[in-house]
Write a protein that binds this ligand. Sequence first.
Ligand SMILES: [Mg+2]
Length: 358
Amino acid sequence: MKITAIKTSLMKVPNEQPVASYYSHVTYVVARIQTDAGIEGLGYTMLMGGMGAESVLAYLEHNLVPLMIGENPLQVGRLWNKMYDNDRGLRKKGIPVYAISAIDIGLWDILGKSMDRPLHQIFGQHVDKVPVYGSGGFLSYSVDQVVKEAQGFFEKGVRHYKFKIGRPDHMLDVKKVRDVRKALGDKVEILVDANQRWDVATNVRVGRALDDCNLFWYEEPVYADNIAQCAEVARQIPIPVATGENEYTRYGFRDLIEAKAAQYLNPDIHRAGGFTAMMEISHLAAAYDAKIAPHLVPELSVTVLASIPNGTLVEVLAGSPVGLWQDPVEIVAGHLLPPTRPGHGMAFSKDAVKKYTV
Ligand SMILES: [Mg+2]
């Protein structure tokens, strides 16, 4: 089989409320990989708020597409390395890896379609379904709004819920977490996410102050670039730390694991390097008994989680775009099921392509 063409495009998709008040839209950089066998692979990568999407598209078109034309798309591993090795001037963090991820996802889609199998079967399935955590609770939310959003998830059987902390007056957030715990009771696992907003000292004070709130994890305490500081927080607070949504490739996750920066790793399939990197990172983490809970992208993350021994939770964000997918993944009794269609099983709806392609 040979790659004959890769059609690239941008789709600018409006978010629903409440996400829309933070990020009005997401932008998908799309790479449709066409082959001489008539199989098309859907590759895509997503940028919250659209920041950097045009740069990812340019990198994809100028640096990656020419490397792929004429290649055998079934040799996914070799082609991942070809993309990675080609560029000796930009480190594989940020824009280059968003672009590599798009191609990798499209190549795996072709491989699955050519075998008429969903990818979780090809990767070596571990589980049939994956528990969801509901995610949202932005900083501006009142306690009542957080509790209401959490209850919306509980009605769908979801037992884990995450909301944001990280305001300048950290004591306000300590009180907020206490109030949310009181309102939700003990049947619910609560996760908090600081989104890199505090320094080590503040995180340590907050983490220790919340010791009696029985939190499931404490996410991204400090700047993602400062792994040593994340490890310092992890050493000093009694709550398990989660991080990794802003990390790239197996090398980035090796550094997080070696530094003991977190017990829960949150690779993002669009940032980490596609399915190839997600599987490498998951198996690397398994050797350290570190747990994987991918960042967003539930429709693809669920396939990864179904295929690894150390998966925990799949993230579903309140306010994600509606009508985007032909067959969206839906929460069933608190879980997502990996798509059973061949390949990764996802296709944008015709309507969405027409409405949102820029
Ligand atoms: Mg986060």
